[in-house]
Design a protein. Structure first.
Length: 315
């Protein structure tokens, strides 16, 4: 299960958010996990909420004004109730002064307490995006992941079918490499998969006969993309009698399920004399058209049916 500690959050985003750790430093090992997002009564991050507390509570001007309006008895009760929940951290934004009562409760319960001069809405947007990235469910797929025509395309197929050679040709045509051989996919939203390359393999492409190539060094910075959302899978398969007899109109579309998302799949038979790089480029362009509601196959079928009907009535 993906998880991140408060220590890691502070290390990654503390400087950008201008965070100062003022109390509860003994609680840095507290964890934020992906299953927190699934609990309806426990949001991952949000403004001060005494009824359904968030794992990370953010206090802005309005929240601090509310706390200052409470009587000492009511404030003490509210703070005790707040720190008795599954808190991971509290952030006081907008440069607000930290009440001594909050500091004491944070130290007593070992709950990290931060301050920042950043505006609370901006801070929450940054934190939500960051946590969505690091806590996303993930999986690994074998293939070559590229940006083709500005779209994330995963090239798959059996060993020695020509995936790396195809990727190399696409790179020479101006497209960009994300990952070769091992691709990590993260479910960053209900319908979005983000593909990334493991750090050890970044920039490298292995091609039979040439060995391991440093694509960034060979083709420049523009030949590499660090991450990309997956939109299309291109599966390479050797040309056989079976593939020859497949539906050439592609009326029944293929797809592949990765985590919670169904990704459209195009299957391209590989044979001598076929320019696979051009076919992949056109497959990407055609998928972009389909996303805009333009289906060439359906247009052809409708035209065919219309002309057949006209001939029937003419006779």
């Amino acid at each position: 299960m993906p998880q991140i500690s408060v220590n890691q959050l502070f290390s990654d985003k503390g400087e950008k958010l201008g965070l100062t750790w003022v109390a509860g430093k003994g609680g840095g090992a507290k964890l934020l996990t992906s299953d927190t997002v699934q609990k309806l009564s426990l949001a991952l991050i949000g403004y001060l909420n005494f009824v359904h507390p968030n794992r990370v509570q953010v206090l802005g001007c309005a929240e601090m004004d509310y706390l200052r309006s409470l009587t000492p008895e009511a404030l003490n009760q509210s703070v005790n109730n707040l720190f008795s929940t599954e808190l991971a951290a509290i952030i006081i934004a907008n440069g607000e002064t930290v009440p001594q009562l909050l500091k004491e409760a944070a130290e007593r319960t070992l709950t990290p307490l931060f301050t920042s001069h950043e505006q609370s809405p901006d801070m929450m947007n940054i934190l939500r995006h960051y946590l969505a990235q690091v806590l996303a469910e993930s999986t690994v797929r074998h293939g070559v992941f590229m940006e083709v025509q500005g779209m994330g395309v995963l090239i798959t197929g059996d060993s020695a079918v020509g995936k790396s050679e195809l990727a190399l040709e696409l790179i020479t045509r101006g497209h960009r490499l994300v990952a070769d051989d091992v691709v990590e996919f993260y479910q960053i939203s209900p319908d979005t998969l983000e593909g990334r390359c493991p750090e050890m393999l970044q920039d490298f492409l292995e091609v039979r006969g040439l060995g391991v190539l440093n694509i960034r060094a060979l083709f420049g910075e523009d030949s590499i993309k660090l991450k990309k959302n997956l939109r299309l899978i291109v599966h390479l398969e050797k040309l056989t009698e079976k593939t020859m007899s497949q539906d050439r109109l592609q009326i029944n579309a293929f797809s592949q399920q990765i985590l919670d998302t169904a990704i459209p799949e195009v299957r391209i038979p590989v044979a001598a004399g076929r320019n696979i790089a051009v076919l992949v480029e056109v497959a990407a362009r055609n998928h972009i058209l389909q996303l805009r509601g333009i289906n060439s196959t359906q247009q052809f079928i409708e035209r065919h049916d219309r002309m057949m009907a006209e001939d029937k009535y003419a006779n």
